[in-house]
Design a protein around this ligand. Structure first.
Ligand SMILES: *Cc1c(COP(=O)(O)O)cnc(C)c1O
Length: 423
């Protein structure tokens, strides 16, 4: 392997996506590897925020149906723009809510405990919010979460075995909720196989795409996944608190949503103001109330860049970046006891590299002091996400050398080995 900086520069010159970097606001001298927690702001996202605030300014109430992006159809329009990222039909996707509220909506709609099928299957590595939501949904049904939420165990605390998940698909499971990519180790689960196995046991299955959308391609329709949900402020660069999204397979169209509201309505019927709901005949039925227009606005600009770049090109560069990062860690940091704890195989490797080190918390503080932005994950993990749309191979090279200096000079010992409030 060529460890020269000039090789990184060579890879950057060959990068067909390199022009996108200029579209983002990137602080000078800072190496931002946290785009899987909060993606950077782009000029296009800023532009569409402006467009929609201007629509409010000039059209007032008529902004719902007038202007460049009428608000009444905005969620559907953004759903259509998101669909290619997950391999879904436009009408199967809607931009609405947040990850957690969409999960609540989908469990309220698809979890129908019946006979001995009364349990939900999840895993022990998922993000806490998902688990809290599942437990509270069980409680609403009068079911004890301790007995009715089954969490597949990890053998190594970082990854899950497909076999273990399939073995847990017992007769009493009604619904499965799993992440597409694990937030810590970045492992991609085999969604196609898991869906096939779930369906052969008459179990519905949904995936949390927070860490995969905008980073890897999906074929949700082809795999016949029942539903999915995600946030848009990570790889999709929608900004803090930007509106989330959900997918419902068209075979489920025409059902009433578990949590209904007037925006669940068919568009034609909504303003009839009737007290019996005629739910939309598409994923729009899973909306509840008035869309958060201003928090959806940046997605118009951001998703346009994904359309132009193409998710397959993004994935290709992302794999190159993470591969390069892993190789440099293995060669340059061999003496410093880092463990590469993400799956190395391309089939199972998501958009970030996950390093473990006993001093991880304070190494992250030292990196930040040197203007490298990683992401610490309790208790000993460092997530590094070189993002295809705006990071460079040279930044990967620089970051590894900054980390090497920190380790050589033990600069991290200046800090306490404890996480901050937000880590
Ligand atoms: C980021 C993330 C969330 C966050 O949920 P919000 O409702 O957007 O706060 C939930 N689940 C997973 C797996 C995540 O990665």
């Amino acid at each position: 392997m060529n460890t020269d900086k000039s090789y990184a520069q060579h890879l950057d010159r060959q990068d067909s996506l390199k022009h996108f970097r200029n579209e983002f606001y990137i602080s000078e001298d800072t190496i931002y590897f946290d785009g899987n927690s909060l993606g950077l702001m782009s000029k296009r996202a800023e532009g569409t925020i402006k467009t929609l605030t201007n629509a409010w300014k000039s059209h007032a109430i008529d902004g719902w149906t007038e202007g460049e992006h009428p608000w009444f159809y905005l969620s559907e329009k953004l759903g259509k723009m998101s669909a290619p990222l997950i391999g879904a039909k436009p009408e199967e996707v809607i931009v609405t809510g947040s990850t957690t509220t969409n999960l609540h909506q989908l469990v309220a709609s698809f979890f129908k405990p019946e006979g001995n099928k009364t349990k939900i299957l999840a895993d022990e590595l998922n993000f806490p919010s998902d688990i809290y939501a599942l437990k509270s949904q069980l409680r609403i049904h009068g079911l004890d979460p301790d007995a009715h939420l089954i969490q597949v165990k990890s053998n190594d605390k970082n990854t899950l075995e497909t076999r273990d998940i399939i073995d847990a698909m017992t007769d009493d499971i009604a619904l499965i909720i799993l992440p597409s990519v694990l937030y810590r180790s970045g492992q991609i689960l085999d969604m196609e196989t898991l869906t096939k196995e779930a369906h052969s046991r008459e179990i519905l299955i949904g995936f949390d795409l927070c860490h995969s959308i905008g980073s890897i391609p999906h074929q949700l329709s082809e795999w016949d996944v029942d539903f999915a949900f995600w946030c848009t402020y990570k790889h999709l660069n929608g900004g803090p608190g930007s509106v989330g999204g959900l997918y419902v397979n068209e075979k489920h169209f025409g059902n009433e949503p578990g949590l209904a509201g007037w925006f669940s309505s068919s568009k034609e019927k909504q303003f009839d103001m009737e007290h019996s709901l005629t739910a939309a005949e598409n994923a729009g039925a899973y909306q509840i109330g008035t869309p958060h227009v201003l928090s959806a606005a940046p997605l118009l600009g951001s998703l346009e860049m994904f359309q132009e770049a193409g998710i397959n090109h993004i994935r290709k560069k992302s794999l190159q970046l993470t591969n390069y990062l892993m190789e440099l860690v293995a060669t340059e940091l061999a003496d410093y006891h880092f463990t590469i704890a993400n799956p190395k195989d391309e089939i199972a490797r998501g958009g970030h590299v996950y390093l473990e080190h006993p001093e991880a918390a304070r190494i992250c503080k030292a990196l930040k002091a040197d203007k490298v932005i990683p992401d610490f994950r309790n208790p000993n993990g460092i997530r590094l996400a070189p993002v295809a749309l705006y990071n460079t191979f040279e930044e990967v090279w620089q970051m590894v050398h900054i980390l090497k200096t920190i380790m050589d000079e033990k600069r991290y010992t200046k800090y306490e080995n404890k996480r901050g409030v937000i880590a």
